[in-house]
Design a protein around this ligand. Structure first.
Ligand SMILES: Cc1ncc(COP(=O)(O)O)c(C=O)c1O
Length: 355
């Protein structure tokens, strides 16, 4: 029997997410926090565990964590939905509001999962090219957002992989004009850019998507969204009951409580980003795109694949395959590491580009 023939035709050609098979490399490819998870936080997480954390099903809504996130954001817990990473919430939004005959609008280049979850949920993805400096092409975007079949638009701010953000005022203009949902994905907001959070009080069709991954909890998979209760109510009908586990809920609560420790790491990452931008920009032939995130997009004067491989051969893993528009074929993305990691990266990329 050909199992492949049984698969839904519209997802038959999807490619499984590629694991990172490299060990013993400096890992600057996945926009993670390079600093160790603070011992003090680990101790407090473990001291907060009761026997029940492992034996009983978790609280399906994660009410304590939801409340604490709501307090931090100045909204009620009913405006918060937790996800198994924000990736799961992207899928949940499209499962709830998308589907066959519906459209999702995506300004590109951007994070690839919006389109992939569009395909998985049978939602047609409409890609709207960004402007040359990676800003939103407002008239073109607005036209697609106003199409009656459009249900959702995803705007990443700061955007992955380009690193630029979007003014909240511009988002406000778009959200106000359309009859569909606008998701502002603020996965990198702790590193810079203007938040659109205050706008959720004004617009019931705005969703703010966030994650604990980039500040140091990528392994525990907690993302969340903030939106009007008319939106969260619908999403909760579709959400898997136990999508976030009890251990990760406890861990995220301690991370929020000890936020000052993470804030210090974030400040170091931002300072290193600025240094890395300057140093990369000094390399002949390299173009650096200004970033508000914890990574930097840069263009190289040689085929990006080849540069990627040669940097990897020297022990540093960065990110390639960023898209085939806007000249991104010639671009690579490096996550900001520790000072030592960044120094090794700079040394290796200079060596590769001068050879
Ligand atoms: C813009 C953006 N959104 C969401 C995610 C997903 O993050 P997570 O599922 O770890 O919360 C990423 C991860 O790279 C991202 O770049």
């Amino acid at each position: 029997m050909q199992i492949r023939e049984l698969v839904r035709e519209d997802i038959r050609n999807l490619v499984p997410y590629e694991p990172h098979p490299f060990s013993d490399v400096i890992k600057l490819d996945a926009n993670e926090n390079p600093y160790p998870f603070p011992e003090e936080v680990i101790r407090e997480i473990f001291s907060g565990l009761t026997g029940n954390v492992f034996t009983r099903y978790p609280d399906p809504l994660g009410e304590e964590l939801r409340t604490e996130i709501g307090d931090m954001a100045g909204v009620s817990s009913s405006n918060v939905v937790l996800g198994n990473g924000s990736d799961e919430l992207i899928q949940l939004i499209l499962q709830t509001f998308g589907g066959p005959g519906k459209r999702v609008v995506i300004p590109v280049p951007t994070f690839s999962m919006y389109k992939i979850h569009g395909q998985i949920t049978g939602t047609q993805a409409i890609e709207v090219p960004r402007t040359e400096d990676f800003g939103l092409n407002e008239p073109a975007l607005m036209a697609e957002m106003k199409n009656p079949a459009t249900r959702v638009t995803f705007i990443a701010a700061p955007n992955n992989p380009t690193g630029n953000s979007v003014p909240a005022q511009q988002v406000g203009r778009l959200v106000k004009e359309v009859q569909s949902l606008v998701v502002v994905d603020e996965a990198y907001i702790d590193f810079g850019g203007e938040t659109c959070l205050p706008l959720i009080k004004e617009f019931s069709n705005l969703i703010i998507l966030r994650t604990f991954s980039k500040v140091g909890m990528a392994g525990l998979r907690i993302g969340y969204l903030l939106a009007h209760s008319d939106v969260t109510r619908e999403l909760l009908k579709v959400k898997q009951p136990y999508n976030t586990d009890a251990f990760s809920q406890v861990a995220a609560r301690v991370v929020l409580k000890k936020w000052a420790l993470f804030r210090r790491q974030i400040e170091k990452i931002v300072a290193e980003r600025e240094r890395l931008e300057v140093e990369l920009g000094k390399i002949p032939g390299v173009t650096v795109f200004p970033s508000k995130a914890n990574f930097i997009l840069f263009k190289v004067p040689r085929p990006a694949d080849e540069v990627h491989r040669q940097v990897l051969d020297r022990g540093v893993l960065i990110r390639k395959n960023l898209g085939n528009t806007h000249g991104l074929e010639q671009c690579l993305r490096v996550t900001v590491g520790t000072r030592q990691e960044n120094d090794v990266f700079l040394e290796k990329i200079k060596e590769v580009l001068s050879s």
